[in-house]
Design a protein around this ligand. Structure first.
Ligand SMILES: Cc1ncc(COP(=O)(O)O)c(C=O)c1O
Length: 447
């Protein structure tokens, strides 16, 4: 099939090795998406579905936003690429300024990457570079958390804590990484918002600092709300306590806000929502409304200054030997700027905040379904856990397929359904998502 003669159904499904996919099963019965508009998707059989997870948390502004596609296309006509090393173009500086206006105060130096994984990898390297710049090169350890997801490069895989993602690669993981326990306790099963119990789980960081020497730890990385594992909301006071322990030992705190960033909690960043300021924030996904890959690390100004000031490299030589061919490329930046315009014009974060209680009520109304064993949520994100049968993941995937047939699309992680509606949803769309989830989950339990 030539590119000018592209249809929605490919001639062969064999060659594409799909990511995070059961390729064998998928290729027998594919689910191909052909069109996306607003909150709806259409598949290759012409079936219309509501998008209940904003793609992979990527498209909170809805699909097919003309403002974004036009900005990208205009940019490509004018300047399609410009090398980002020792050169640049105005747009990436403008976007950095706009991002820095929305990040917590002081976290205002912006490093562009390609995606969430490379943002995390970059944050890990910046942590090391910063400590070295301060003459503290013995700090090499990192602390992550069980059930965390930070992406798929080696550093990001290592600090992550989802067992299936690490077990095949155990032999190549980064050394010196410890994990805190996750924060999901049995009594959190149907808690709306932040649980009252569990703040003591933060003491795991203190324990790791005691066992391995806090002075050897470069950084601790957490998702403020663990997203990919199915929305684990931090217990009240937990993030604040993590911050205190980091401060006590000189450990940097990285909030991975690839999912929670850009309004998912109802504030621009979860950091602001929970009133805890890290040293670095990673973001991706909604930065461009998902249309062009882009990752970002927002770094404390003081850290940037330390790395630059300590450099003894000759003129023209980088202070930080790190970057990507696609760091802040024009098309991604154009999308990012158009997204910022929409955030401002449509007061998107407040819109998400206002819709959150309605969405959370809807989500928790599914509690009566007999296969549902836990519902967690915060802001415009939620997880519905389906009772495990036979093997982990089987009931989650079966339920996903029934929901897909019922006309609602999302992702399942293991036995948890990941629900993250778009911020442009109206109440009627939330109703539709919940109603179709009810149908899909009920049909699964009858099957
Ligand atoms: C919190 C978090 N960090 C990092 C990543 C990796 O992002 P990407 O898939 O863009 O590399 C993800 C992806 O879901 C994520 O949820």
């Amino acid at each position: 099939m030539s590119s000018s003669n592209r249809t929605n159904i490919p001639n062969s499904l064999n060659e594409h090795w799909m990511p995070f996919t059961d390729n064998k099963t998928f290729k027998k019965n594919p689910r191909l998406i052909t069109d996306a508009k607003g909150v709806y998707l259409t598949n290759h059989q012409g079936k219309k579905m509501i998008d209940a997870s904003s793609g992979l948390f990527c498209n909170p502004l809805g699909h097919g936003r003309k403002e974004i596609t036009e900005a990208v296309s205009k940019q490509l006509d004018k300047l399609d690429y410009c090398q980002p090393f020792n050169q640049g173009y105005g747009g990436s500086f403008e976007l950095a300024t706009r991002i820095a206006k929305k990040t917590p105060e002081g976290i205002n130096r912006i490093f562009y990457t390609i995606c969430g994984s490379t943002a995390v990898e970059t944050a890990i390297k910046i942590a090391i570079a910063y400590h070295r710049a301060k003459g503290d090169s013995k700090r090499f350890r990192f602390v992550g958390r069980e059930r965390g997801y930070h992406g798929m490069n080696i550093g990001a895989t290592t600090v992550g804590g989802m067992i299936n993602n690490v077990k095949t690669f155990a032999s190549v993981l980064m050394p010196g990484v410890q994990h805190m326990r996750h924060t999901h306790l049995p009594e959190h099963k149907f808690v709306k918002g932040q649980p009252d119990t569990g703040v003591e789980m933060a003491e795991d960081l203190e324990r790791i600092a005691m066992n391995f020497g806090g002075e050897n730890i470069a950084a601790c990385i957490v998702e403020p709300i663990a997203g990919s594992t199915g929305t684990l909301v931090p217990p009240k006071g937990y993030l604040k306590r993590i911050r205190e322990i980091c401060d006590k030992h000189g450990i940097l705190l990285i909030f991975d806000e690839v999912i929670t960033g850009w309004g998912r909690t109802g504030s621009a960043f979860a950091s602001q929502e929970f009133g805890v300021t890290p040293d670095m924030i990673t973001m991706a996904k909604a930065t461009t409304n998902g249309v062009i890959p882009m990752g970002v690390v927002a770094v404390k100004e003081e850290m940037y200054d330390a790395v630059l000031d300590s450099s003894k490299n000759p003129e023209g030589t980088p202070e930080l030997f790190h970057g990507y061919t696609y760091s802040g490329i024009p098309a991604a930046v154009a999308a990012g700027l158009a997204v910022q315009d929409i955030f401002d014009k449509e007061d998107i974060f407040n819109r998400a905040k206002d819709m959150s209680p309605y969405f959370q009520d809807g989500l928790h109304s599914l509690k009566d379904l007999k296969e549902v064993v836990s519902i967690r949520g915060y802001g415009m994100m939620g997880g519905i856990e389906i009772k495990m049968k036979d093997k982990p993941g089987k009931s989650g995937f079966q339920t996903f397929k029934h929901c897909y047939d019922a006309g609602v699309n999302f992702k399942n992680t293991g036995d948890t359904l990941i629900i993250a509606p778009q911020f442009i949803c109206e109440k009627k769309h939330i109703d539709e998502i919940i109603e179709k989830l009810r149908t899909g989950i009920s049909n699964y339990s009858k099957s």
